[in-house]
Design a protein around this ligand. Structure first.
Ligand SMILES: *Cc1c(COP(=O)(O)O)cnc(C)c1O
Length: 390
């Protein structure tokens, strides 16, 4: 089975991790700050907070921005559950904004329409989580302009988009957002096994996330409620979560980061090869706008549905039967029991249209051209009605 994604681990990565195993620190040593500094420098954001995974980073980002019960968090319905779960962890209400029909990312026009209604009803969101689906940045400048008018904060869920660029700058620079979150799950672009990072330009947000990432404990007498008992004394000033990244993970991350640009270039080359090979078939692919360089975490095709078209399910099953580990990213989040609320179905018509035809094809830097050709050939075959041949 050709998987839809796969990590790439070299001898340099293995050496970097082994070096940590032989050192004094497996956690809370120098490797985590080194990884944070390297990624902050790469992205052009001054502050970075490494975490045990991106889900934890999204939670910390929401907490740092003060999200709580009675507040609202909005995001795209076409994303992984974690983009929305962070709102529920904080007791906030989660709602969804429809996607753009071409880029499949959160649609600024749909957002504006929803904001106008929400302002009228006194139900404006506190946070909008902008998800860079498949590695393609949202139209952040437009979303940012709306945030100035309606007073919400922006978290970029860039779990798919490390190494991507938007308006000539790296995704993660936080020019149009408060906090950007990356994931280093093995299926993502670079990996630490499990791992995440939150970047920001705001020193106070970074400091708050760093405190909550540990146990919310301080040794600084100025922050304590009273005088310390002695030099050993610490005080828990907030409820922290122990969301720390280990030294082993960070060493792997720093080592992987060295390959990032080459891997994103390889992903772009393979994506362009797919685009050329699929031209003319009854499907659409994600439109990459001129202001973006996608990191191509995922390569999704959207089968055109209609008369004579083979249903997505049949195409999916035929591809799986041909040894191709296709997947679907994603099921509209409001289909999930935890997010199912009355009137939700059909509330985001573009998301529904997208979901009806979406299939994720294999894409990862080590995917060979022969394997890619096999995927294309199997797809062409699977689009033919059974019993016919091309
Ligand atoms: C993978 C992913 C996450 C969660 O990442 P973890 O590091 O596994 O917690 C969040 N959002 C999106 C869009 C993702 O793809």
């Amino acid at each position: 089975m050709i998987p839809y994604g796969h990590q790439l681990i070299g001898e340099d990565d293995i050496d970097a991790v082994v070096q940590v195993l032989r050192s004094d620190f497996l956690t809370q040593g120098p490797a985590v700050p080194r990884f944070e500094e390297a990624l902050a420098r790469y992205c052009g954001a001054p502050h970075a907070v490494a975490t045990c995974n991106a889900t934890a980073a999204l939670h910390l980002a929401c907490l740092a921005l003060g999200l709580g019960p009675g507040d609202r968090l909005w995001t795209s319905p076409i994303t992984f559950v974690a983009s929305a779960n962070c709102g529920r962890y904080c007791g906030a209400e989660v709602d969804f904004v429809d996607i753009d029909p071409n880029t499949w990312t959160l649609c600024p026009q749909a957002l504006e329409r929803k904001l106008v209604e929400a302002e009228r009803d006194g139900r404006l969101p506190k946070i909008v989580v902008a998800v860079h689906l498949c590695g393609h940045s949202c139209d952040l400048r437009a979303i940012h302009a709306l945030s100035a008018r309606y007073g919400f904060r922006i978290i970029e869920d860039a779990s798919h988009a490390i190494g991507a660029r938007y308006l000539g700058e790296p995704v993660g620079c936080c020019r149009y957002s408060d906090i950007t979150v990356f994931s280093f799950h093995p299926v993502k672009i670079i990996t630490t096994g499990e791992g995440g990072m939150a970047l920001t330009r705001d020193a106070a947000l970074a400091e708050r996330m760093a405190r909550l990432r540990s146990h919310g404990i301080t040794r600084d007498p100025a922050r304590m409620s009273g005088p310390p008992d002695g030099p050993w004394y610490y005080e828990q000033t907030e409820l922290g979560f122990n969301y720390r990244m280990t030294e082993l993970q960070a060493a792997l991350g720093t080592s992987q980061l060295k390959h990032l640009d080459a891997w994103v270039a390889q992903r772009n080359a393979l994506a362009h090869r797919y685009a050329a090979a699929l031209d003319g078939l009854p499907l659409t692919i994600q439109q990459v706008t001129p202001d973006c360089r996608s990191a191509y975490h995922l390569f999704v095709i959207r089968l055109l549905q209609g008369r004579g078209a083979r249903p997505r399910r049949e195409v999916f099953e035929a591809l799986r039967a041909s040894g191709i580990g296709v997947n679907v990213h994603y099921i509209p989040l409001y289909h999930q029991p935890g997010y199912r609320n009355p009137g939700a179905a059909g509330r985001c018509p573009e998301a529904e249209r997208y979901y009806a035809g979406a299939i994720t094809l294999p894409l990862f830097p080590a995917l060979g051209e022969a394997d890619q050709d096999h995927v294309v050939q199997a797809l062409r075959g699977s689009l033919q009605p059974p019993g016919t041949s091309s």
